[in-house]
Ligand binder design. Sequence first.
Ligand code: HEC
Length: 120
Amino acid sequence: MKRISLALAGTALSLLAAQSVAGDAAAGKAVWEKFNCASCHGPDAKSAIDPAYPILAGQHADYLAHALLAYQRGATGAPASANVRKNAVMGAFATQLSKQDIDNVSTWLSTQPGPLKVAP
Ligand code: HEC
């Protein structure tokens, strides 16, 4: 019985992990356009206007969502840490996004072709 419970718990955890970012890609594209993220990150999210600006196209959705939440936390004045990113520009943009916006734009960006993905 104990073994079955552990197996079920493991399955539940892996399902949770796989669905940590459940965004709508089309709605995410609309978020990208509404906030004109392309003005810095480039229209294809990989041709940024400055080489110091990160490539977003093809990045893992959960990483992108984590980064955007970390900028939100940083904008509240929390000290920098692994989960808190301090950046005036991205803090200002991230605070305007809802959690759903973050999931949607992260999902859309992860589906864009880019150099960050390992070929299947
Ligand atoms: C005014 C320029 C500018 C705009 C507009 C902008 N960004 Fe950024 N973005 C940056 C810069 C600069 C960084 C790197 C900041 C740092 O050092 O943490 C960044 C970092 C990021 C990161 C972290 C990427 C990583 O690899 O860690 C994400 C995600 C991101 N931006 C998403 C967005 C989204 C989504 C929008 C639109 C809502 C947006 N950005 C609009 C300049 C911009």
